[in-house]
Design a protein around this ligand. Structure first.
Ligand code: NAP
Length: 588
């Protein structure tokens, strides 16, 4: 396609689409929009850093051929007052990978926000925001280093769909009448009305992207964030469709959190991403108290809007958070802050948000060596306390530099002697250690872990006691009683005897009723004689409702939990009682 003002430099090649992925040549065309206000300052600084990193990482064999496209005030100057030229839209689609600075939305009627227009016109349905902490960046929380998540926020539906009616308007009265008369809805007179559409299509394409990202980047889990306990069909639908897409399309690479506990005993199998879900309000708390447990979050539009800014604040504020809006392939990476007009042209502000949007972009292109180099150089620069004004005012002993001075400092370190391999190994070791610690907790304290991690119990496997004690069937009752006392347990599992081949269970009650009451000696009776055999069993998948029903109908207080012919735990009245006491009981 030919363009009027957009120029493709010599020697570049186009990025193309290859199935689910993009194919990036060594000298790809990539689009950029300078942006308004502080846009030119941060864009020029960032372009220099990106170019230096690519050159160093690939010994000059790769080079981005930048194509400038125009939006906002610069576009208006070139295209006769048009802030949103059609050819920019066309070029953005053709270029596939693009990055942009902040844009001013012209004040006055008739203008859509340029960012919203871009999102809608290109159907950029996923807003992706990675949030991680860099050592030295001022933060309001105690352990910001534990925050390392990527948020995939659905960008096209939910209450942002624009289906909203002003209170008292003719449309609102019509909708009100319909809802009351035809649907039996009850709400206050004079209400304004908004509609919240959540579709299977919209949910699945977003969650699919989040899961694919987690698999490709070796992340531990994807968490579906929702308020399905209140909004069953919209937010609950998001949760259910999310699990469905994992099961139907990524079964080889994913397990659910229930399976993690019930089939793998809390030990995460190699190469599997855990799909879990959390209630939206609880996730805010968890991201403050236990952020290390979350890797990739998939959210609807409104929840994601709140959540991404709240989490970004934990690691140093929205001012340096990067972001991207991505369709199936076309991606627009962007600074998440605005144009900060009072600093325009002063070479003063922090280029961090745009710089790291570019780091994301390099990762999207598969150029991880260059992105790692920028990260490492950024960390070194902060370590040396070389920062722009915004960090300088929060750090003691900092050297304040300009936007371009900050870029110079990073480039100097990129061209220095950074040992990427050593840094990668160190990071992997640390991640592995954290994973192990979490695993040990899951294995040893499943109920406590469940309470603290916000997970709701669904089945026997979630609440059963795993560390069962079993004894051979010829054990003398005396010895069995000592063992029970020593381990503070009220029942003990009896291994199959040669005669029966069935598992048994002996309880305190059995000793009282069949030995003491019968006036027999505890040292001359074996457990085989007094235990209940065969012990009744349930499976880890048995729902809490069915397990309670089973215990009641059989008049027993505990059942063994059997999986593939093995006894893996005991589920007792106490376990179910404790879970219901802690989490409450929502009728199934
Ligand atoms: P803003 O431009 O983000 O600026 C608010 C404050 O944030 C600044 O005064 C400054 O704080 C700090 N800040 C922002 N970027 C910074 C950077 N790179 N380095 C250091 N500090 C930074 O928000 P706004 O003033 O509300 O919006 C201004 C214009 O931007 C509006 O026209 C709005 O429509 C537009 N906007 C565009 C986008 C976008 O294109 N994606 C997003 C949001 C807003 P201090 O004053 O404390 O130094």
């Amino acid at each position: 396609m030919s363009y009027k003002h957009i120029k493709f430099p010599e020697g570049g090649e186009r990025i193309t689409i290859d199935g689910d992925n993009i194919k990036v040549p060594n000298n790809p065309y990539v689009g950029y929009v300078e942006g308004d206000g502080i846009g030119p300052d941060i864009t020029n600084a960032s372009l220099r850093i990106w170019n230096a990193a690519v050159e160093k990482a690939y010994n000059g064999e790769r080079e981005i051929k930048w194509v400038e496209t125009f939006l906002g005030e610069k576009a208006a100057g070139i295209y006769d007052g048009d802030y949103f030229p059609l050819e920019t839209l066309e070029a953005t689609k053709e270029l596939i990978v693009n990055i942009k600075g902040p844009l001013t939305t012209p004040v006055g009627g008739g203008f859509r926000s340029l960012n919203v227009a871009l999102r809608q016109d290109l159907d950029l349905y996923s807003c992706v925001r990675p949030v991680e902490h860099f050592p030295g960046v001022p933060s309001p929380v105690r352990k910001p280093e534990e925050v390392d998540v990527v948020i995939f926020r659905e960008n096209s539906e939910d209450v942002y769909s624009g289906i909203e009616y002003q209170a008292g308007s003719e449309e609102c009265d019509k909708v009100t009448q319909f809802l009351r008369d035809e649907m039996g809805a009850k709400f206050h007179d004079g209400s304004a009305i908004g509609i919240k559409p959540i579709s299977e299509f919209g949910t699945k394409r977003l969650v699919r992207k989040a899961i694919r990202y987690a698999i490709e980047n070796g992340r531990e889990s994807v968490t579906l964030v929702h308020k399905g306990n209140i909004m069953k069909f919209t937010e609950g639908g998001f949760r259910n469709w999310g699990y469905e897409v994992a099961r139907d399309e990524f079964a080889e690479f994913t397990i659910t959190e229930d399976e993690l506990y019930n089939e793998y005993g809390g030990k995460q199998p190699e190469g599997k991403v855990v799909i879990k879900d959390r209630i939206a309000d609880i996730i805010f708390q968890l991201m403050l108290l236990r952020p290390a447990e979350f890797d990739v979050l998939a959210t609807m539009n409104l929840n994601g809007d709140y959540l991404s800014d709240a989490i970004a604040a934990e690691v140093g504020g929205v001012g340096i958070a990067p972001g991207a809006n991505i369709a199936d392939h076309v991606a627009v990476f962007e600074a998440t802050h605005g144009t900060a007009p009072k600093y325009a042209g002063q070479d003063k502000v922090n280029p961090g948000s745009l710089l790291f949007s570019g780091v994301m972009m390099l990762e999207y292109m598969g150029w991880k060596e260059a992105s790692e180099l920028i990260r490492a150089a950024y960390v070194q620069t902060l370590d040396d306390k070389i920062v722009t004004y915004d960090f300088a005012r929060q750090m003691e002993g900092a050297t304040e530099v300009s936007t371009s001075g900050f870029a110079d400092a990073i480039i100097e370190r990129i061209n220095g002697d950074i040992d990427i391999e050593a840094l990668r190994a160190q990071r992997e070791k640390q991640l592995e250690q954290e994973r192990k610690e979490r695993e040990i907790k899951r294995l040893l304290q499943p109920l406590e872990e469940m309470v603290e991690s916000g997970r709701m119990p669904h089945a026997v496997g979630d609440v059963m006691t795993r560390n069962i004690i079993s004894i051979p069937s010829d054990t003398i009752v005396d010895d069995a009683m000592h063992k029970m006392r020593e381990h503070k347990i009220s029942s003990i599992v009896v291994e199959p005897s040669d005669a029966s081949g069935e598992w048994g269970v002996m309880t305190r009650r059995d000793v009282l009723s069949r030995v003491v009451t019968a006036n027999r000696s505890t040292s001359s009776v074996t457990v085989d004689e007094i235990c209940s055999r065969p012990a009744l069993t349930v499976t880890p998948e048995t729902s809490l409702h069915d397990a309670a029903d089973f215990l009641t109908k059989n008049n027993i207080s505990r059942a063994l939990v059997e999986q593939n012919g093995k006894i893996i735990g005991i589920a007792s009245e106490t376990d179910i009682f404790d879970a219901v006491e802690t989490f409450g009981w929502i009728p199934e």
